[in-house]
Design a protein around this ligand. Structure first.
Ligand code: ADP
Ligand code: MG
Length: 247
């Protein structure tokens, strides 16, 4: 479903991703963990081509884009690869002057030029799924962070992505609001949605992940099922990282 090979990303002189390799099978939930500044956000943004990698390749749904010896990508490549993934950011990023329903139908309305009535019906289905139907006509600033994030999840699902990418979806939330967002993500996992989730919620990762990737120093240093990587890490760096979280 996703195959990332030798992916490299540098900003000016600084190389953030040295050489990243991993695969995600269809229906799998992969949790990406690692210290702050290790490049987790950059990696997710590369998967969605919000950043352009300097080398390597990304395959999603049998479509491969290679970044070796490339000056730029064609609009078609960007559009195609981007259409395979839905992104949920740390900070929700809803349009403040649009209601929840307007927010979630905006992209398909413009990008896919679909019928508004049909999109609204699909929007109602997804808002029900994330427990937000009663808030459909509210503006983001009248909602809690947990409600905004659940709306942002529905918005990403509206594009019917092959894979959902989450960048620390609960780290901007008050602790009492974390659970309602994690429950929505767990529900998606049960339905077989393929997902890559950057998270520091280790109990959540242990419950939900088929595979954990530990990222450090520009590489995926260790990967495997939670029972291995979280309970019995092979690498000293992974052990140190997990110990720091426990303190
Ligand atoms: P993480 O999400 O794991 O905390 P990031 O991917 O946000 O890590 O950042 C990794 C490194 O890349 C950091 O040192 C950060 O300063 C740097 N970085 C991220 N984005 C940019 C950018 N647009 N320009 C320059 N440096 C960046
Ligand atoms: Mg980050």
């Amino acid at each position: 479903m996703i195959e990332v090979k030798n992916l490299k990303k540098q900003f000016d002189e600084v190389t953030v991703l040295e050489s990243i390799d991993f695969t995600v099978e269809k229906g799998d939930v992969v949790c990406l963990i690692g210290p702050s500044g290790s490049g987790k956000t950059t990696l997710l943004r590369c998967l969605n081509l919000l950043e352009t990698p300097n080398a390597g390749s990304i395959t999603i749904s049998d479509k491969t884009v290679s970044f070796d010896n490339r000056k730029g990508l064609s609009k078609k490549e960007v559009k195609e690869l981007r259409s395979f993934s839905g992104m949920v950011f740390q900070g929700f990023h809803l349009f403040p002057h649009k209601t929840v329903m307007e927010n979630i139908i905006e992209a398909p309305l413009i990008v896919k030029k679909q019928d508004k009535k049909k999109l609204t019906a699909e929007g109602e289905r997804l808002l029900t799924k994330v427990g937000m139907l009663e808030h459909r006509d509210k503006y983001p600033d009248s909602l809690s962070g947990g409600q905004q994030q659940r709306a942002a999840i529905a918005r990403a699902l509206m594009m019917n992505p092959e894979v959902m990418l989450f960048d620390e979806p609960t780290s901007a939330l008050d602790p009492q609001l974390v659970g309602e967002v994690l429950r929505v993500i767990e529900e998606l996992a049960k339905e077989g949605q393929t997902m890559v989730i950057v998270t520091h919620e280790m109990n959540f990762a242990r419950r939900i992940a088929d595979k954990i990737l530990f990222m450090d120093g520009g590489y995926i240093l260790e990967s495997g099922p939670p029972a291995e990587v979280l309970e019995n890490p092979k690498e000293a760096r992974t052990r140190e990282f997990l110990q720091l979280l426990d303190e």
